[in-house]
Design a protein around this ligand. Sequence first.
Ligand code: SF4
Length: 229
Amino acid sequence: MPFFMEILPFNACDYRCERCLETERCAVFRMGKERDERNFALGRETEGIEAALRDVKEIFAETTEMLLEKAEEMGIDLDEMDDTERRDPFEEAKQDPLYQQAYDFMIRTRAFLERAEPLITPAGQEFYEDVVWHHTIVPAKTFRAIGSDDEPEIRFDAVNSAAAAIKSLTICIMAFGELALRYPEISEECRGLSKTAADIKRALRERFTECSGRQFEADESRGSLDFPA
Ligand code: SF4
């Protein structure tokens, strides 16, 4: 079991529940399932953008309620808080070169996926889908890791987020290798994107040194597929 799952099931994964072995003990999965069951019992739509927006609105309302309760419990008066001098870690994260590199990776990969799609046969579908899913996780989790990095109380969140980004990069690297083997027409692009993914991985590990060992060693060896000459 990945160590970050032991610490924090929330926000430390790639949200690919259909392939996950942790569904039984995952609170995120359980809550999603309960929400679906509740919607079904109420005869509400469970698919589509309208249903998703309705669910997100409800989740925000529940979260706000929880935060207000917590603040009251801790004796914090939110109306009295002066945030004029506060840093904006999310604005800072957007300017961070590592986040920008991760974001560029997503944009380049998205363009690659559009070009590659007509070539993909059943033999490459699985790897293509891996890239489709994981290339968006990379900037999202990198952003979160950087945004949480300077706050000692939520350092674990930064490490978990970096770990999730590293895992997604590893899966992308493996998938690029498999796609390059099957489709020589796109092997050069796969090679370039794979190299960028490896650079981002290295930078994440240098910055979040907790992500340098344990299960990531196994990921690393699997993520170093050679490309065809
Ligand atoms: S949200 Fe889904 S993918 Fe993430 S840990 Fe839970 S079950 Fe697994």
